[in-house]
Design a protein around this ligand. Structure first.
Ligand code: IPE
Ligand code: MG
Length: 222
């Protein structure tokens, strides 16, 4: 979900106005996914590197997450959306983490759309965590080195139990992955658009989906 800041700046607004508009795009996309039968959506909301932004922006974003989780929860729950936080829960401000946990508990049994919010997320750290957990299994003697496989490795990622993404969309004309789902996107289709995230609504989403439908996925086969 990239381009919120630029969207606001172009309109002469403070950057937070772009983030607020970006929330509306996410709501729109989640609703479309429910309509289209897309069961898994993962939104890159805040990376482990985003803490390095100016304090005022970080606190504005934290407030926005905190408020949005509360204001949207009832609707999301009614629409069968299950919320999962993907990320390092260790250093998330307590108030925000509590809201996430509440949202996870309340929506736990919903099945229509699984909405993963990547928050305080970094893929390299996620991979290191998995390695550490496997190392402790090795040290305990519960597994042997040559038993380590993709399944065991994936089971220690935040995304355990989730299928790999079919389609990854990045908005705002940046052509990079920025430490997002490095392991999980090995065979994902990538779609890049210059559209800024706050402008990414129904038409833009349908363009991405129809582009995806033209792709020929071979997974290394012919
Ligand atoms: C994406 O928009 C939202 C977050 C990373 C929280 P940006 O804030 O990165 O917007 P630009 O890239 O500055 O336009
Ligand atoms: Mg950006």
């Amino acid at each position: 979900m990239d381009g919120n800041g630029r969207w606001a700046t172009r309109k002469g607004l403070p950057r937070i106005a772009g983030h607020r508009e970006g929330v509306k795009s996410l709501k729109c996309i989640v609703r479309l996914c429910a309509d289209l039968g897309i069961r898994y959506v993962t939104a890159y909301a805040f990376s482990s590197e985003n803490w390095k932004r100016p304090v005022s922006e970080v606190s504005g974003l934290m407030k926005l997450f905190y408020e949005t989780l509360a204001s949207e929860l009832e609707d999301l729950n009614k629409n069968g959306v299950k919320i999962i936080l993907l990320g390092d829960r260790g250093n998330i401000p307590e108030k925000v983490l509590k809201r996430f946990q509440e949202a996870e508990e309340i929506t736990e049994n919903n099945k229509k759309v699984i909405l993963n919010i990547a928050f305080n997320y970094g893929a390299r750290q996620e991979i290191i965590n998995s390695v550490k957990k496997i190392c402790s299994l090795l040290n305990e003697g519960s597994i042997k080195a040559d038993e380590i496989n993709e399944k065991i490795f994936s089971d220690f990622l935040y995304t355990k139990d989730l299928p790999d993404p079919d389609l990854l969309i990045r908005t705002s004309g940046e052509y990079r992955i920025s430490n997002f789902l490095l392991w999980q996107t090995a065979y994902s289709e990538f779609y890049f658009t210059r559209t800024l995230w706050p402008d990414f609504r129904e038409n833009e989403f349908f363009k991405a989906i129809s582009e995806y439908q033209k792709r020929n996925r071979r997974f290394g086969k012919i």
